[in-house]
Ligand binder design. Structure first.
Ligand SMILES: CC(C)(COP(=O)(O)OP(=O)(O)OC[C@H]1O[C@@H](n2cnc3c(N)ncnc32)[C@H](O)[C@@H]1OP(=O)(O)O)[C@@H](O)C(=O)NCCC(=O)NCCS
Length: 182
């Protein structure tokens, strides 16, 4: 059985394709599949290159694919689907999860879709039996609208610090910690 050879170079997506989205309410937010990883990577790393969210490499996305939810829409050119939104719930402990990688395609922003995506991630936390969920973000007003409030980092348990210590921003973090009780 041949192994899947990583696709570098010419196959790598560097831009996010334009999409045809008529009515955003028709878009379905669903669990991600491995087929979504290239699109998720393009969306996340597009914003990461503008320093508004953390970059995620393909290995990270494959390893954590079960954390992710996505929505797709038809490409403006061609017949393929484009990932227009993604976000993840990463469980850290019995009473705590982190929302990660929340991103919405520019042509779908400002119409409540980010809010719908966060609602879906919060519902996932409830289904998992979690009593609280937090996020580190530069988009604090957006998460405030989604029911999150600021917390002090010093109040967070060691499981959060373990995750933070893996982050390239560990010594110079500019993100705001926000939490929501469920
Ligand atoms: C943040 C993001 C997911 C919001 O998606 P969206 O579909 O535009 O969100 P909604 O339409 O549900 O809500 C928009 C509201 O959030 C606010 N908002 C959106 N992005 C914001 C940001 N970066 N900072 C502060 N507020 C923001 C808007 O002002 C808007 O408020 P209003 O309705 O009072 O005008 C989207 O802007 C995005 O993908 N940004 C780039 C990636 C990013 O910053 N992700 C967060 C990392 S954790």
């Amino acid at each position: 059985m041949p192994i899947a050879v990583p696709r570098f170079g010419v196959h790598q997506q560097t831009t996010i394709p334009d999409v045809h989205v008529g009515d955003l309410s028709t878009l379905v937010i669903r669990p991600a599949t491995v087929q979504d990883v290239h699109g998720m990577s393009a969306l996340i790393n597009h914003y990461a290159s503008a320093n508004v969210m953390l970059a995620r490499g393909p290995q990270y996305l494959y390893l954590h694919i079960q954390d992710y939810m996505v929505a797709t829409a038809p490409a403006a050119v061609g017949r393929h689907e484009v990932v227009v939104a993604c976000g993840a719930v990463h469980v850290l402990w019995e009473d705590l999860a982190e929302i990660r990688s929340v991103a919405v395609h520019a042509s779908c922003q400002g119409q409540g879709f980010g809010g719908r995506l966060v609602d879906a991630l919060v519902d996932r936390c409830r289904q998992l039996g979690l009593p609280r969920v937090f996020v580190f973000t530069l988009a604090a007003p957006f998460f405030a609208q989604c029911g999150f409030g600021e917390f002090k980092r010093e109040d967070m348990p060691p499981s959060v610090w373990v995750e933070c210590s893996k982050c390239p921003k560990f010594y110079c973090c500019d993100e705001i910690g926000m939490i929501r009780m469920l």
